[in-house]
Design a protein around this ligand. Structure first.
Ligand SMILES: C[S@@+](CC[C@H](N)C(=O)[O-])C[C@H]1O[C@@H](n2cnc3c(N)ncnc32)[C@H](O)[C@@H]1O
Length: 277
């Protein structure tokens, strides 16, 4: 049975999946081990320091907020997932966390020095609108930085899992139309959208994030249990398809990263930053 109805929209799917306590907790405790490696790059890209007023959009369990606080910033985190916000409030008591939609911010124009978005843009129906909102709430000279996972053109667990879904997944399981998961890793797209929104000095750097695992099928499990989009494609698979997808991920990890018994599986990210004009 498909997990989403024919009438489901991308926005509804994202909201429903991230509201699930088990998905949010699995993301925070397992999947995000790789996202956590990207935090120092986001913090540095916005030049966070003592007194910086920072807004962390799609803050999840508070990993980026925690890095900003360690740099001395005053941090507001925003997310629409109640279980994510509960984890963030308990993990980062020094930050303020608010429930809201990254596409329609309630903050005044020019009220922040820095905006960060850790792996949030691929989850919103209209990433351009989030970038425009980030520009609106930044004062001129304020800095934006966001991270996204690299696409399958590089060696990445994301490519192993989505490649296996493409090969062995049931064609009856499909996602509603939405933005590409890796669109904003492409500088030609990201910089154009940033410049149109009023940013300048656009830059990108790659981060060699990875998972250290003791089971070569772990990347499949991480996407199955701790993601919205990947989970919505994997959870409804019939058993024979699910078994074949996991087996294909295991083969790929063994082929690329040796026979174990431990594996460092790459899931690299791109951090893009820009300055508001
Ligand atoms: C992949 S997690 C990223 C969490 C964290 N920022 C990190 O770097 O690991 C994506 C987060 O974006 C949130 N999210 C997705 N769409 C959103 C929206 N439109 N408004 C606010 N939060 C949203 C989800 O609830 C989830 O917590």
């Amino acid at each position: 049975m498909p997990e989403h109805k024919e009438t489901d929209t991308f926005a509804a799917l994202e909201k429903r999946e991230w509201a699930k306590v088990d998905v949010a907790q699995s993301y925070a405790h397992v999947f995000a081990k790789a996202a956590d490696m990207v935090v120092p790059y986001l913090v540095e890209a916005v030049s966070a320091k003592l007194g910086t007023k920072a807004l962390d959009l799609c803050c999840g369990h508070g990993n980026v907020a925690s890095g900003l606080i360690r740099a001395g910033a005053q941090v507001t985190g925003l997310d629409f997932s109640a279980p994510m916000l509960e984890m963030a409030r308990s993990a980062v008591p020094g930050a303020e966390f608010v429930e809201g939609d990254a596409m329609a911010l309630s903050f005044d124009d020019g009220s922040f020095d820095a905006v960060t978005i850790g792996f949030g843009l691929p989850h919103v129906p209209d990433p351009r609108q989030v970038i425009e909102e980030a520009h609106r709430v930044l004062h001129p000279g304020g800095r934006l930085a966001f991270s996204v996972w690299c696409g399958p053109e590089v060696d990445t667990a994301l490519g192993y899992v989505f490649g296996a879904i493409g090969e062995y997944g049931s064609k009856k399981v499909a996602l509603p139309p939405g933005p590409g998961a890796n669109d904003y890793a492409d500088p030609s797209l990201a910089f154009k959208v940033l410049e149109t929104a009023g940013f300048t000095d656009c830059r990108q750097c790659m981060v060699a994030s990875e998972w250290h695992v003791t089971d070569p099928g772990a990347p499949y499990d991480f996407f199955l249990e701790g993601t919205a989009r990947g989970g919505a494609l994997l959870r409804p698979q019939p058993t024979e398809n699910a078994t074949a997808i996991r087996a294909a991920v295991v083969s790929k990890v063994l082929e690329k990263h040796g026979t174990g018994p431990e594996w460092r599986v790459p899931i690299p990210a791109v951090v893009t930053s820009a300055v508001a004009v």
